[in-house]
Design a protein around this ligand. Structure first.
Ligand code: URA
Length: 408
């Protein structure tokens, strides 16, 4: 039976709900070994899945764990998910903005994956910040202050946890139906009424072309329809890092700067405004321009920043204890010109090498290291200008500026 299913998919045939259920639950129960699961995942990667198969897989994922119910909490709960990028700290910015606009925010975030950092790792750079709230604590906190940002509870889509870990090491991450069922199962089981997805495209993202991003978008909207959930998708660029900072503490500091209106009009700020505006529009059922006005209002009057401080305090974090390494190295321009590109993937690799993420499962994250860009794409550069500051603790980290920066 196991081999029949693998062979069927290898030949590009459609699998039934029962076949998928048998195989995936067999893996969850330990009856199907890693090598056979990897083999099926690779066949799915190569031959794809029909919509029906993707709907079946999403259901199998959802049914593998708890389905949370936040219907007691008044208001429309809007969740947001990013497919992952370099310097993507949008959740830290938009969650407090949206909550300050009166939309309840229950955000269960993940850890870093590959070169991309995770929101939960970023928040853990704030000393004491708890990312392990129970269902009861989540509900109490949303009632009290209207916002929670925590890790996924252990019983939320356990199937995704093990399949994701296997995809990560079997070259099967970039499959549209697998990404769609992974994301949508977590959002639906997580109790969201409406869902906003930020699909990243570029060299620092899982998908590197717009056509695939469009296909993922259509598929996630269809899955949303099956479950009666409104799904909106934004397709955004991930060839360049988002904003100035890459690395956990540095990113929290940058998020705080945006919430205090100290940074304006760069790729990160613009994306945060777009995402927050859409969430407020969905949550309050108002049009985009009315939602945008509200977003600007809570930034300008300080309510969004205060909501962030309230969130950190409620989850036991000490905002005065965010450590950035004192060891700095400056990357300087070796010629003059215009900065035409900053390679997201190379910045992600450098930050990971510094210790901001895990290279192996036993690594410990160094929250205090990372890269802070000094210039953004489009800036005029003079030879000798500082392009970026590298915060490090380990010795001998080499950064090849010509791989990262394109000055023409
Ligand atoms: N994010 C997820 O949660 N799952 C994927 O498969 C890809 C990105």
């Amino acid at each position: 039976m196991i081999l029949d299913i693998i062979n069927k998919k290898r030949l590009g045939e459609e699998l039934s709900y029962n076949e998928l259920d048998y195989f995936f639950n067999g893996y969850l129960n330990g009856d199907v070994p890693d090598y056979q699961m990897s083999s099926l995942l690779m066949a799915i990667c190569i031959n794809g899945m029909s919509d029906e198969e993707t709907f079946s897989l999403t259901k199998i994922f959802i049914d593998s764990g708890d389905v949370l119910d936040f219907s007691d909490i008044p208001g429309i709960k809007v969740d947001k998910h990013s497919t992952g990028g370099i310097g993507d700290k949008t959740t830290l910015v938009i969650a407090p903005i949206v909550a300050a606009c009166g939309v309840p925010v229950i955000k269960m975030s993940g850890r870093g994956l590959g070169y991309t950092g995770g929101t939960i790792d970023k928040l853990e750079s704030i000393k004491g910040y708890r990312v392990d709230l129970s269902d009861k604590e989540i509900i109490k906190q949303v009632h009290d202050i209207g916002i929670v940002v925590t890790g996924q509870t252990a019983d939320l889509v356990p199937m995704d946890k093990i399949i994701y870990a296997l995809r990560d090491v079997s070259g099967t991450v970039s499959s549209i139906p697998l990404i769609a069922s992974s994301i949508m199962s977590k959002k639906i089981a997580g109790g969201a009424d409406k869902i906003l997805i930020d699909i990243k495209v570029g060299n620092g993202a899982l998908l590197d072309n717009k056509e695939d991003a469009e296909k993922l978008k259509e598929l996630m909207i269809k899955i949303g329809e099956v479950y009666g959930r409104e799904v909106r998708c934004i397709i955004s660029d991930m060839n360049t890092p988002l904003g100035y900072a890459v690395g956990n503490s540095l990113e929290v500091q940058e998020a705080m700067d945006i919430l205090q209106n100290k940074e304006k009009n760069n790729n990160l700020v613009n994306l945060c405004y777009e995402l927050a505006t859409n969430m407020v529009s969905m949550g309050l059922e108002i049009n985009i321009s009315a939602a945008r006005e509200k977003v600007e209002e809570v930034i300008n009057n300080g309510e969004a920043y205060n909501k962030f401080l309230e969130l950190v305090k409620n989850q036991s974090g000490d905002i005065n204890k965010i450590k950035v390494s004192n060891n700095k190295k400056y990357l300087k321009a070796d010629k003059s010109g215009v900065l035409k590109g900053i390679n997201a993937l190379e910045v992600g690799k450098l930050s990971l090498e510094l210790g901001s993420g895990k290279l192996s499962i036993t690594d410990k994250i160094d929250y205090s290291v990372g890269v802070r860009l000094n210039k953004l794409v489009g800036d005029t550069i003079k030879k000798g200008d500082i392009l970026a500051t590298v915060y490090y603790n380990k010795k001998n980290i080499d950064a090849d500026i010509n791989k990262i920066f394109k000055i023409v």
